[in-house]
Design a protein around this ligand. Structure first.
Ligand SMILES: Cc1cc2nc3c(=O)[nH]c(=O)nc-3n(C[C@H](O)[C@H](O)[C@H](O)COP(=O)(O)OP(=O)(O)OC[C@H]3O[C@@H](n4cnc5c(N)ncnc54)[C@H](O)[C@@H]3O)c2cc1C
Length: 418
């Protein structure tokens, strides 16, 4: 089933062009080849060589088509080889390119490289752009983002204990991290380090600095890829043991690490939510496909059963509400209004809606729903994981309540129109 994307009358021409051109590539190049494109990447190396070579060739072909269509690297400015999109243009593109799982990598957007690229664009010096950003964009280097620690709550970034101390012209780093995604393939990590003690003078948020650490630096010990959902993974546990890197590897001023992490997450959460909406859209189409073709007791189609009709209505409402909340948040961000309440709200609501929509699609497909023949099982795990990553739900709920109560305590009430 192809993705049905038509121009949206309320959107400007450029956003409509981008959405249509993206859908064209998804429908023409990616959906018909989904079964072949990822051979050798996500499954075992036991796949025949021919199939792996064919997959590589297919991916190269699609990437060329994407470049020809001017859709490469939507997250980067033109001077760094990207599309130079505005925030809203990028957000609207994501809901289309995420219709097919993994497709974003064929458009030059691969986490955590994409987030690291954005941090390097904003905080990097011209020398750092040359040495780290350009190879990352060209694809000759890979990277990881190393913040979360096994012994401290990731939901409270002020609790991180990985320490960097300046000795002469070098940072000396000691600490223990885990869930550094892409850790095996990465050539360098951006490591979140404490550069001032918790009780030192100054704001709690000004005591962290992000530092670039090449993987081959002595003292960088990859303990393991932490298994995720019962499978080996490249989310790595890493011990940094007296790791020495030049002072110029720090990103931005000393103490701006927390702010840089916030920059990464704020807009990133809107993009992730638009990605989830694209995935829900796909799950919805797959669910309807099965409902309208599968015959059950007495020769009736599943679509004739009221339980199943309930699934359609509930999934429709989940997708629409998640999408409109996310667009409202994105518009607020674009207009310069304070989006924090809405960012937290979508961070909670959208993965939960995604989870419900995929869960229903799996139910409708029966055993096939949890099989590797359909993208639903992977989506289900992705949706569940999203409730933890980028800040767990509970922390965002606390923030929403705090921001709303602050408004009421200051004598104002909430204006839901703005
Ligand atoms: C697949 C995957 C990929 C990841 N990739 C990366 C990566 O590339 N780089 C990186 O640095 N990290 C990464 N992470 C880590 C992720 O960012 C953290 O897991 C997340 O920030 C939560 O931190 P934590 O696991 O330490 O949970 P904790 O902070 O220990 O929280 C555990 C639970 O406690 C509850 N909780 C926490 N605080 C409160 C509170 N104040 N009130 C009430 N309840 C609360 C919540 O239910 C929460 O889920 C990844 C995680 C996953 C699963």
């Amino acid at each position: 089933m192809a993705m049905n994307v038509k121009p949206v009358p309320t959107l400007d021409d450029r956003i409509n062009e981008i959405r249509l051109a993206t859908a064209e590539i998804i429908n023409r190049e990616i959906l018909p080849n989904e079964g072949k494109l990822w051979v050798g990447l996500s499954d075992s190396a036991n796949q025949p060589n021919e199939a792996r070579e064919e997959a590589k060739e297919l991916r190269r072909h699609v990437q060329n088509e994407v470049r020809k269509a001017g859709l490469w690297a939507p997250h980067l400015p033109e001077e760094f080889g990207g599309m130079g999109l505005t925030f809203l243009q990028h957000a609207y593109m994501n809901e289309v390119l995420s219709y097919s799982p993994g497709a974003s990598s064929l458009f030059g957007v691969v986490a955590p490289n994409s987030g690291n690229q954005k941090i390097l664009v904003k905080y990097g010096t011209p020398e750092q752009h040359e040495k780290w950003l350009k190879p990352l964009v060209d694809g000759t280097m890979q990277s990881g983002f190393s913040m979360t620690e096994p012994h401290n709550p990731g939901s409270d970034p002020r609790a991180l204990t990985t320490r960097a101390v300046l000795e002469g012209d070098e940072w000396v780093i000691n600490g223990h991290k885990w869930f550094t995604s892409n850790g095996h393939a990465a050539d360098f990590y951006i490591v979140m380090c404490r550069t001032a003690d918790p009780d030192a003078p100054g704001e709690g948020n000004d005591k962290m600095t992000q530092i670039i650490v090449p993987k081959d630096t002595p003292g960088v010990n990859i303990v393991r890829g932490v298994p995720v959902w019962g499978r080996p993974s490249s989310h790595c546990e890493i011990i940094y043991d007296n790791v020495r890197v030049p002072k110029e590897n720090q990103l931005g001023r000393t103490g701006t690490g927390h702010q840089a992490a916030q920059d990464r997450l704020g807009a990133g959460r809107v993009y992730h939510c638009m990605n989830s909406i694209g995935s829900m859209w796909r799950a919805f189409d797959l669910m309807i496909e099965r409902l309208t073709t599968r015959e059950v007791h007495g020769g009736e189609k599943l679509e004739d059963k009221q339980f199943m009709q309930g699934f359609i209505a509930e999934s429709y409402m989940d997708i629409q509400s998640a999408r409109l909340m996310t667009i409202h948040c994105a518009e607020k961000m674009e207009s310069g209004a304070d989006p924090r309440t809405d960012i937290s709200a979508i961070k909670i609501y959208v993965p939960a809606a995604y989870h419900r929509v995929v869960d229903r699609a799996i139910q409708v497909w029966g055993a096939a729903g949890v099989s590797g023949d359909l993208p639903l099982a992977g989506m289900y795990q992705g949706a569940r994981t999203l409730r933890l990553a980028d800040g767990p739900d509970e922390v965002h709920k606390i923030l929403i309540a705090k921001l709303i109560l602050r408004r009421y305590h200051s004598g104002e009430t909430w204006d839901f129109g703005n």
